[in-house]
Structure formats: structure tokens, C-alpha cells
Write a protein that binds this ligand. Structure first.
Ligand code: KG4
Ligand code: ZN
Length: 332
């Protein structure tokens, strides 16, 4: 079974071809340099760049996988959430390809794709829990099956990736700042006292705006001396401490689960990967985290989620529409 996956929800055009669990090709074209001029992603420019890049990327992936279009069995694309213009480009391209080739088409939810990608490595039995942390979401999701998702905890304000990005911006680090904070933190010491929002509360929710404000006060109002390295190390320690506390709470709340996986762009963070691994070991819960390249937006996760749906007969009709927002619990 050979699946083509297309992702175009934000500022990366990503295409991949997988054969079951094997990745045959995997290409990402990042538009970051184009948007950097404007200090953030410009939706119209993103949509146009996706339209220019998606077809050449599919051609490159086919070449690398030594395949022709006729060898593709299933075509899969992200349906949202995301910037609607970009999502429409990838989705429409994939639908047109499926129609022209007369192949099954599977539309997948972007968050579902992040949440399911750890399963490409291991067939984690259901139910299992996912800690999904990206630029837009921070959620504990109980996966009872494909299309059966329950959100057990969530951020009440900023997403964790957003908190990393805003901290980076305060420190004049490039966008997206998560990886830069992660790198500087390794060179610093956690000497600065920062809050651990919602730590100790009984619901497994998150809040990061207070942490961000504390960093802002130190940087903008110069309330105490700091080095960027120490501030990043202190921020990251506060985040790890909070995530560890919230994870302990959620593990007590959920029924018997077969594992906890970590997904979304923030799952690249080395300190957080280690923190979650330890908490899981202490609680005898198997821990799964994908290769860092599969944590950020990519085509493999779309192809894999497409495969998970296809093997259950959950294909999509060619008249499905893109959407800008959707709660994972509403994905059936
Ligand atoms: O999943 P993703 O690629 O896109 C969304 O769907 O949002 O996640 C992007 C987020 C950004 O906020 C980025 O700063 C963060 O993931 N990120 C990291 C690291 N690598 C990426 N955050 C912390 N540490 C990292 N190493
Ligand atoms: Zn994403």
C-alpha cells in the first residue's frame, strides 16, 4: 500500500510517500525566509507559495521513491485546521490528482495527523494518551480509536509553542523561536525564579501567559540582571516542571492506557522529551516519541493518518471542503 501525503496548512509545503510504515520520500519546502520580511506568516503569500511548490515537490518525491504516479494507491491531504488559503491549495491539488488517477482520497485533520504519527513506529494499542504541543495547541488527548478522540486537558491561554516563540521574540531570537530557546537553554543555568502556572491544581490544564509575562518583565523592565542563556534555561525548566506536574495529574485521571506519546512541533524539545520519559518510567507507562523530523509539520504524518483511515475504510468524497478550525473531538 503506497500513500502520498500533502500538507499545506501554514508556511511549509510538505509532501511524502510512504509504503505502510516505511518512508520512501519526504520533502519539506519552508517559506520562512519569504515571511521573515513581514515579521510573521502572510496568509495570501503562503497560499501562493504552496500553489507554486506543491506540484514540483510531488515530482521530486516520486523521483526519490523511484515511482510513477500510477504506483500511488491512496492520496491524502490535510483538510484543516490552518490558514484556509494554503489548506485549500493542498486539498484541491490532492482531490484533482485522486480524480484524474481514479484513486481513493482521504482528507485528514492536521491535529489528528500530529497525534497519530507516533504510531508509525509502534502499533500502540488503544486507548493511549497523546501530549500534543504545537504552535497552536497544547492538549492531552485520549485516543480510543481512529476518529474517537477525547480532550482531557488543554491550555487555557497560549499554546506551549507560542510561549516558546514569544519568549524568543522578547530575546530577539529568530522565528520560530522554540529551537533557539532550546539551544540557548543548554548553555545556561536555571538561576532565575519563574512561575509554574496551575502547578498543583487538580484539572490537567495549562496556562502559559503568566510565565510569558514574567519573562517580559525581566527583559523589558529589567527587574533583574540576566543572560539570554540563563533566562532560556530558567524558562525551559519552568516549562518542564509544569508539564511534569500536569502529566502526573492526567495519568491519575485516565483509565488504563497502553502508553503516552508526545507529538507536535514542541516534541522536538530535548528537555521536554527527557522529562516525559522520566514521568512515564516512574508511572510504568510506555513512552513513545517520534523522530524529531516527524514532530513538526510534515507530509509523512498526513500520509500516515491517511493510511490509518484508509485501512478502516474511512475514505473521503471529493466534495469535502477545507476548514480553518476544528476541535479534535469533532473529528469522527
Ligand atoms: O507542529 P508545528 O510544526 O506547527 C504547528 O502546527 O503549530 O509546531 C511549531 C511549534 C513552534 O511554536 C516552534 O517554536 C515549536 O513548535 N518548536 C519547538 C522546538 N522545535 C519547534 N519548541 C521548543 N523546542 C524545540 N526544540
Ligand atoms: Zn502542526
Amino acid at each position: 500500500m503506497i500513500i502520498l501525503g500533502i500538507e499545506s496548512s501554514c508556511d511549509e509545503t510538505a509532501v511524502a510517500i510512504i509504503k505502510g510504515r516505511t518512508i520512501l520520500s519526504h520533502k519539506i519546502f519552508s517559506q520562512i525566509d519569504t515571511h521573515a520580511l513581514y515579521g510573521g506568516v502572510v496568509p495570501e503569500i503562503a497560499a501562493r507559495a504552496h500553489a507554486e511548490k506543491v506540484d514540483p515537490l510531488v515530482a521530486e518525491c516520486l523521483k526519490e521513491a523511484k515511482l510513477k504516479l500510477k504506483h500511488i494507491d491512496v492520496i491524502s491531504a490535510g483538510q484543516g485546521p490552518g490558514l484556509i488559503g494554503g489548506v485549500a491549495v493542498g486539498l484541491t491539488y490532492a482531490k484533482a490528482l485522486a480524480f484524474a488517477l481514479d484513486k481513493p482520497f482521504v482528507a485528514v485533520n492536521h491535529l489528528e495527523a500530529h497525534a497519530l504519527i507516533p504510531r508509525i513506529m509502534d502499533e500502540i494499542p488503544f486507548p493511549h494518551l497523546v501530549f500534543l504541543a504545537s504552535g497552536g495547541h497544547t492538549q492531552f488527548v485520549l485516543i480510543n480509536g481512529i476518529g474517537d478522540y477525547k480532550i482531557i486537558g488543554t491550555s487555557l491561554d497560549d499554546a506551549l509553542g507560542e510561549a516558546f516563540d514569544k519568549t524568543a521574540k522578547l530575546l530577539d531570537l529568530p522565528y520560530p523561536g522554540g529551537p533557539y530557546v532550546d539551544n540557548l537553554a543548554k548553555k545556561g543555568r536555571a538561576t532565575i525564579d519563574l512561575p509554574r502556572p496551575l502547578k498543583g491544581t487538580p484539572e490537567p490544564n495549562f496556562s502559559f501567559s503568566g510565565l510569558k509575562s514574567a519573562v517580559r518583565r525581566i527583559v523589558k523592565e529589567k527587574t533583574q540582571p540576566y543572560t539570554k542563556e540563563d533566562l532560556c534555561a530558567s524558562f525551559q525548566e519552568a516549562v518542564c516542571d509544569t508539564v511534569a506536574d500536569r502529566t502526573k495529574v492526567v495519568l491519575k485521571l485516565v483509565p488504563q492506557i497502553h502508553g503516552l506519546s508526545f507529538a507536535g512541533g514542541v516534541a522536538r524539545n530535548t528537555a521536554l522529551r527527557a522529562t516525559l520519559k522520566n514521568i512515564c518510567a516512574e508511572n510504568n507507562v510506555p513512552f513513545f516519541v517520534p523522530d524529531p523530523a516527524l514532530c513538526v509539520d510534515n507530509g509523512v504524518m498526513i500520509a500516515w493518518a491517511g493510511y490509518e483511515r484508509f485501512r478502516l475504510g474511512k475514505t473521503s468524497s471529493l466534495d469535502v471542503a477545507p476548514y480553518p478550525r476544528k476541535n479534535l473531538e469533532d473529528v469522527k
